[in-house]
Write a protein that binds this ligand. Structure first.
Ligand SMILES: [Zn+2]
Ligand SMILES: [Zn+2]
Length: 174
């Protein structure tokens, strides 16, 4: 059959332009592009989940499950992941733990003789190890008084620590 008869036959059917369009290479190209974009979106979701999960989750298996969820369910998986993901980043948790440890260390250091680092209680007058004077005694109530205090907090007596009592402490803080 000559080609022109085909053309005539096609133009006579009113649905021909539509069916022709769906058979055309343009439509084929558009379908390809559509699937390509879908693939890009799905991969992007999985990649985003991967990047985010690595920052928040320490367990490799859970990260893999999260990435698979993103890969299989695409944007829906990503939505589910953002709902159930841990609220804090691992870096933030580590930083907080480090801060806590530093604080604990500082508190611990406060409870040590500043000269020999022996653990001391806050009511010790002298270090039991190196016998350095840590605190003086209030002349009125007899309670331990820090060298930096100007008044006894228990009985309001003005503290005038003896030079002899303060001297070893001063030497050790210097
Ligand atoms: Zn000591
Ligand atoms: Zn006192």
């Amino acid at each position: 059959m000559p080609e022109w008869t085909l053309l005539v036959a096609k133009t006579t059917n009113p649905l021909d332009p539509v069916t022709n369009f769906f058979k055309s290479s343009t439509w084929h190209f558009m379908t390809l592009m559509f699937w390509f974009f879908i693939a890009v979106i799905w991969l992007s979701c999985a990649y985003w989940v991967f990047k985010d999960a690595r920052r928040r989750i320490d367990d490799g298996i859970i990260v893999t499950v999260a990435v698979l969820t993103g890969l299989i369910f695409g944007p829906l998986g990503l939505l589910v992941y953002t709902i159930v993901r841990p609220p804090e980043c691992l870096a933030d948790i580590r930083e907080r733990e480090l801060e806590m440890r530093t604080l604990e260390q500082r508190l611990e250091d406060d409870q040590r003789c500043s000269y020999c680092k022996t653990p001391v209680r806050d009511d010790f007058l002298v270090c039991p190890n190196c016998t350095r004077r840590l605190r003086t005694v209030c002349g009125t109530c007899g309670r331990p008084v820090e060298p930096s205090w100007r008044v006894c907090p228990y009985c309001e007596t003005q503290v005038a620590p003896a030079a002899a009592a303060r001297e070893p402490y001063d030497r050790l803080v210097r």
